[in-house]
Design a protein around this ligand. Structure first.
Ligand SMILES: [Zn+2]
Length: 431
């Protein structure tokens, strides 16, 4: 297993090196030729689905493979996480040995964990599309150009607050330490790395921006800021733009790896058309079809994320990219920021990352009261034991410090009738 994992990793790196330039060119193809390319890929996935995936077998006679076009996709129903959770095996290809598959789990915007298989080159494709997203501003990103990543890194006590990924030349900075005490170390990493790219959660870049502004420090080297995984609140965007005076590009994707969409410097959201097909339903749900996952085809998959729809007669983009524009923006998750000991704000995504580790938890809701104490309620897929509760407590304490915390198990977490959503994280803290 370990050897095949290393080989897979190496192949993914090679794939990234050799294919990146092709992807850079693809975005400027004509809309018509992009459509033809999508048709070819969709046809292949649908053929696999109706022949090898139990759930889709009944659609075999319905899809017209002779006169195939993208409209054929609409003959399939929209599927939800609950549909898959009921019996994931009917969505998996029968001719694949699932023992060897790598899985990716998500806590999802509904708070319910869910897992899907990772297809062979999906790591590389994600990386390539990430690099291309970083190139949608004025600076075209080159492979191994330095980048600062203000996410996905949580150092233990006493460890340095930055680490390097030498393979990709990323400089990770801890989103847990954006404060006056660590500011000199942050600045040093910016200077040493010579990075032109800064990547992070909207809330963590927002918090960093406020800190730099307070200390009157300018970092003109940054040419492109890329945000993802959380809603880019207008308040965040205007503060960030005003301060950095560079391209601020928002990126949208999910752990399920179905579609990814990103902004260009004109502010429009372009779909990565070679990766997935993006629809928006009448309730503004983002409905995604993966063109690459042929192990568990996710076709017309309701992501539960909400888009801001395009206006009628919305003009195309002046950036001349042929990539389609599926929506005007992401409504997504509008969770509040949580504060740790000392009233220091931390991005909510850190809690989503933590909760991914607890597959026994069905849903969770985290409330921070005015006195910073935290009340958490969870519902279970499987009963939690005392060790699980201990691990969860430890995980939260690692993020928020030593503040009062209670965890209660309930049968069900109710949905908000107005928003149709389950609120996951809520803060009553007043600033
Ligand atoms: Zn554009």
């Amino acid at each position: 297993m370990k050897v095949s994992h290393s080989i897979n990793k190496l192949l993914n790196i090679l794939y990234t090196y050799f294919k990146y330039s092709e992807y850079l060119k693809f975005q400027y193809k004509s809309a018509e030729s992009i459509k033809l390319y999508q048709e070819k890929k969709l046809k292949r996935i649908l053929e696999i689905a109706v022949n090898k995936v139990p759930f889709y077998r009944k659609y075999k006679g319905i899809i017209d493979f002779e006169n195939f076009n993208l409209e054929e996709l609409k003959k399939l129903p929209v599927i939800t996480k609950d549909d898959i959770r009921k019996d994931p095996s009917v969505f998996l290809r029968e001719d694949i040995n699932i023992e060897g598959i790598r899985w990716k789990s998500t806590s999802g915007s509904s708070g319910k964990p869910f897992r899907v298989p990772k297809s062979y080159y999906s790591d590389a494709i994600e990386v390539i599309l990430g690099y291309r997203a970083w190139s949608l501003g004025k600076n075209v990103y080159k492979v191994r150009e330095p980048a600062i990543v203000l996410r996905s890194f949580s150092p233990k006590q006493g460890e340095p607050i930055f680490k390097r990924d030498w393979v990709r030349n990323f400089w990770y900075l801890s989103p847990y330490h954006i404060n006056d005490q660590y500011l000199p170390e942050f600045i040093e990493v910016f200077k040493k790395s010579k990075a032109k790219i800064l990547k992070g959660y909207p809330s963590s870049i927002y918090i960093l921006t406020l800190l730099l502004k307070k200390n009157e420090i300018r970092l003109p080297q940054i040419q492109t800021i890329v945000t993802s995984s959380e809603t880019m609140l207008p308040k965040y965007r205007s503060e960030i733009k005003k301060y950095w005076k560079c391209d601020v590009l928002d990126w949208y994707g999910q752990n399920e790896r179905t579609v990814t969409v990103q902004q260009c410097s004109e502010g429009k959201y372009h779909n990565n058309d070679e990766y997935g097909i993006c629809e928006v339903d009448k309730f503004n749900n983002i409905i995604a079809t993966s063109l690459n996952n042929d192990i568990m085809p996710l076709l017309r998959y309701n992501t539960n994320d909400k888009a801001i729809p395009l206006e009628e007669n919305e003009p195309g983009c002046s950036c001349r990219r042929g990539l389609s524009i599926p929506f005007k923006g992401i409504m997504g998750r509008s969770d509040d920021i949580i504060y740790k000991e000392g009233k220091e704000p931390i991005p909510t995504i850190n809690f989503y990352n933590l909760m991914e580790k607890f597959q026994k938890i069905k849903q969770f809701y985290l409330l921070q009261k005015e006195d910073l104490s935290i009340e958490m309620i969870v519902s279970e897929n499987e009963p939690l034991n005392s060790q699980d509760i201990e691990n969860l407590t430890e995980g939260i304490k690692q993020r928020v410090g030593n503040i009062p915390l209670s965890i209660n198990i309930v049968n069900d977490i109710s949905r908000n009738k107005d928003t149709d959503k389950v609120k996951i994280i809520e803060s009553k803290v007043k600033l």
